[in-house]
Structures are given as C-alpha cells and as structure tokens.
Design a protein around this ligand. Structure first.
Ligand SMILES: NC(=O)c1ccc[n+]([C@@H]2O[C@H](COP(=O)([O-])OP(=O)(O)OC[C@H]3O[C@@H](n4cnc5c(N)ncnc54)[C@H](OP(=O)(O)O)[C@@H]3O)[C@@H](O)[C@H]2O)c1
Length: 239
C-alpha cells in the first residue's frame, strides 16, 4: 500500500503503540482519523498530529464494550476523510493469573477489548475497502506459543489472530491486505495496566517506536503476518 496520501483509521490511537503508529503513519504522509477511549490522550494525539497552520485530524471516542460504536468507526472515518484505504484496530488490555482463578467478568473484559472490539471495527471496514485496501490488528507472539498465567488474554488474542487468518483467505481475491502483527513484549507499560493479576517476570521490552515502524512497514509492504525476526528485529510473511 502506498501510504503517502492514504486515508487511514487508527482505532486505539491513544495507546503507547497506537500513538507511535499514528506518528509513523503521519510521517509517511498518511491522512489519519483517530479513535480512542481516553479523551485526554485522544486530544494529545490529535494535538501532536496537527500540522503548523493546519487543522487537527478527525477524532472520535469509543469504548470496546459498545460494539455498535466500534462498528460505526470505519464509516465515520470514511466520511471525515473522503474515503478509506486502511483500518488498524489496536485496542488491547492484559490480564494475568491462573485460569482456575480467573473470574468470568475478567475473561469477558479480555475477550471484549482484545477480540470482539477489533473484530467489530475491522468487520465494518471490509465493505468500505477496495482493491489495495488493508485491515490490521495486533495480536502477539503468544498466539504461536501459549503462556501460563495468560490463558484468557492469550485465548482472546488467538481468537483475533484466527479471525484475521480466515479473513485473509476470504479477502485474497478482492486484493485486501489483512495484517496480523504478532508482536513481542514491548516497553509500553502494557502489563502494568492489566485488568487483573500481576505480570510474571518479563524480558526487556522492544521499544514501541521500533514496533510501530515495523507495523507501518508491514502495511506498506502488503505483508500478512508480522512477528519477531532474527537478531531482535522483525520479520514478515506474505499475505
Ligand atoms: N505492550 C506489549 O507488550 C504488547 C505485546 C503484544 C501485543 N500488544 C498489543 O498492542 C496493543 C497496544 O498495546 P500498548 O502496549 O500500546 O498498550 P496501551 O498503551 O495500554 O494501549 C492499550 C490501548 O487499548 C485501549 N483500550 C483499553 N481498554 C479499552 C476499552 N475498554 N475500550 C476502548 N479502548 C480500550 C486503550 O485506550 P485508552 O488509552 O484510550 O484507555 C489504548 O488505546 C494492544 O492490543 C496489546 O494487546 C502489546
């Protein structure tokens, strides 16, 4: 995908990774519509993306528990931008603890934010995208190697990843890219904002800016799966 001038919706723009992705896309000339839950962080993102003498990008608040609100984001972005080329759904929340001790309400929260919300956003985006368009989301390396103390978080991300894999095949004939970013642990403080439990000892996180650049490169290259590569870098697989 040619990013210069592309119309891109980033849902979850208020996160550390989401903000870094917006900055990287903006730097490559994409025209953004941004959505997030926290209104103060959303204002911070739009402020940072406002060019000197120009107006801020369109922005909209949403909550993952309002799935129809999630599904309304792509048509809103298309109307604001005058079309839509790509949609990234980046919301996520961690949760830790043994499966036997995880409350159903926590599992519901993890599946809503990590799976149902991105699915609602991306599902609604598909009819608005033409050949050369793209959707993408961030699952995690754990979808390839399940981790103890993260069964419900991992299962939600695996559901997201599975959906992306199936939709990639569905959309191949239409020429719509479906990107699954299976990122490793990042330095965003994500684990410390878990909805439940205490994180296990984690390795040093990859800088969010490096991960954001890798996501944006993968989008530009038409990749299907992005994951850790040799030497601490990133590698992609074709769509
Ligand atoms: N950090 C890691 O180690 C790591 C590794 C692999 C994958 N990931 C994934 O990368 C993505 C970004 O994570 P991050 O590291 O940048 O963490 P983050 O800074 O905590 O970002 C989380 C994002 O999810 C949004 N969110 C959380 N609950 C929500 C809700 N109920 N409704 C709507 N939005 C909600 C947050 O919105 P507000 O800020 O507006 O509340 C924020 O935009 C997530 O999907 C995460 O699962 C992270």
């Amino acid at each position: 995908m040619r990013l210069d001038g592309a119309h891109v919706l980033v849902a979850g723009a208020t996160g550390v990774l989401g903000t870094a992705v917006c900055t990287a896309l903006h730097g490559r000339g994409a025209r953004l519509a941004v959505a997030g839950r926290n209104p103060h962080r959303l204002a911070g993102v739009t402020g940072a993306l406002t060019p000197d003498g120009g107006g801020p990008p369109p922005s909209r608040a949403f909550d993952a528990y309002d799935l129809s609100g999630c599904g309304a984001l792509p048509s809103w972005a298309a109307a604001e931008l005058g079309g839509l080329d790509a949609v990234l759904a980046l919301p996520g929340v961690a949760g830790f603890g043994a499966a036997a001790e995880t409350e159903d309400a926590v599992a519901e929260h993890l599946f809503t934010v990590n799976a149902l919300c991105p699915l609602a956003v991306l599902r609604a985006a598909l009819p608005l995208l033409g050949r050369g368009g793209a959707i993408g989301a961030v699952s995690g390396v754990l979808v390839e190697r399940a981790q103890p103390s993260m069964a419900d978080y991992g299962a939600a991300k695996a559901a997201l990843s599975h959906w992306l894999t199936a939709v990639r095949t569905e959309e191949r004939r239409r020429g719509v890219q479906v990107l699954d970013a299976r990122l490793p642990h990042l330095d965003t403080g994500f684990a410390g904002r878990a909805v439940a439990g205490t994180p296990p000892a984690l390795p040093a996180g990859v800088p969010a800016e490096a991960a954001a650049d890798a996501v944006v490169d993968a989008l530009a290259d038409g990749a299907g799966v992005l994951g850790p590569g040799p030497g601490g870098g990133f590698a992609t697989r074709p769509r």
